[in-house]
Design a protein around this ligand. Structure first.
Ligand code: TXA
Ligand code: MG
Length: 344
């Protein structure tokens, strides 16, 4: 199949919406990462997403809407809890996904056999226009091949899925750069299953008590059931091995320079670059966690593009604010291997 790379014009938005209405697959820009969209109410269309991405069938998809009222209009959930209304009021449209008890209107292909559905109202204007013109909610995982970093540009989508999907709409580089925060309201206490652009501190301000699922920061124990199936898969793994160092700034510079050879690189903060004797991939300023989130996947893809690199050293990020989301993605990229220099 030929994949159309469409510019972000009115005409192309209408064309993308038509492809979706007819059961096709379109890569769409969102403020978090690009999504691979299909009509969420059409199980056959949704099944194509799993095939194109090579996604395990037990990993459910997020349903994207373009207005809060779509939840009722399409009868997606049994009852919208008050907590969901509060969250929507504070963070929608935006990088937050809310899990609630689903109805039978949600196809099994979307919920992967769970009795819940994940819903998000993205803030990207092009995403909103495509959803509302399609006239149906859109199921969309990140538009990458399973296991590779999520795409933050239309070219990333093309590099993974060219020939496998109908079209990609180019809406520029994703602003947040990491996937949405996922919170479930299907438990007695709201619980974050994946950190993202909306921070746990912000969620607690609105809801009071919010738990953090243990899979966010730690490797799942063998045989343990993941609250969010996506968390059990090794994600975002570049071809080179990522090694995370738990240490202060000086120890990081010193360790990397001592272990440097022609196959070594650093994924580091701007301040480190003049001091390091290896190829550097820059995340941004040390305390600018939003910028680090914005750049992370693009840098991981650049590292993938450099065949020469075998080891990439990075520092364990801070857990503060959006730092927690960067931490979550980086420990997965590193397969949870962390060298603790403070203990050595
Ligand atoms: O920002 C985002 O969320 C992007 C854009 C395209 O919206 N989408 C995205 O989708 O990251 P995906 O499929 O790559 O990640 C969705 C995550 C997976 O870890 C999945 O297991 C989890 O959400 N998930 C989806 N539905 C769920 C449910 N009903 N219960 C628990 N986890 C769910
Ligand atoms: Mg994904």
């Amino acid at each position: 199949m030929k994949t159309l790379l469409l510019e972000n014009t009115e005409e192309n938005i209408a064309r993308a919406a038509e492809i979706l209405r007819n059961g096709g697959l379109v890569g769409i820009p969102t403020e978090t990462v690009y999504g691979l969209a299909a009509n969420a109410l059409d199980g056959n269309a949704v099944a194509k997403i799993f095939k194109a991405k090579g996604r395990p069938a037990d990993n459910p998809l997020i349903v994207h809407i373009s207005d809060f009222s779509d939840i009722d209009r399409f009868n997606l959930v049994e009852q919208v809890p008050d907590t969901a209304k509060k969250l929507a009021e504070a963070f929608w449209p935006g990088p937050l996904t809310i899990i609630m008890k689903r109805t039978d209107a949600v196809p099994n292909e979307v919920s992967a056999g769970l009795d819940t559905v994940a819903i998000r109202f993205p803030s990207h204007k092009t995403a909103q226009a495509i959803i509302s013109q399609a006239g149906v909610p859109l199921a969309a995982p990140s538009a990458n091949l399973s296991g590779s970093p999520s795409p933050t540009t239309a070219l990333h989508v093309m590099s993974d899925l060219n020939g496998k999907i109908d079209a990609v709409v180019d809406g520029g580089m994703s602003d947040v750069g990491l996937e949405s925060t996922v919170i479930t309201l299907a438990k007695s206490v709201p619980r974050v299953l994946r950190p993202g652009g909306v921070t746990i501190e912000q969620l607690r301000e609105v809801l009071g008590e919010v738990e953090l699922d243990s899979a966010v920061l730690h490797r799942l124990a063998d045989g343990a059931k993941a609250a969010s199936p996506g968390m059990k898969y090794k994600h975002y793994a570049p071809k080179a091995s990522v090694v995370l160092l738990k240490c202060n700034d000086c120890e990081y510079i010193d360790y990397v320079n001592r272990n440097a050879d022609e196959h070594t690189a650093a994924l580091c903060c701007d301040e480190d670059i003049p001091l390091l004797n290896v190829v550097c991939y820059r995340l941004g300023k040390r305390n600018d966690y939003a910028l680090q989130a914005h750049r992370l996947f693009d840098e991981l893809r650049k590292i993938d593009g450099n065949q020469n690199i075998r080891t990439v050293y990075s520092r364990l990020p801070s857990l503060e604010g959006v730092g927690m989301a960067v931490y979550n993605r980086l420990v997965r990229a590193a397969g949870f291997e962390v060298i603790d220099l403070e203990k050595m």
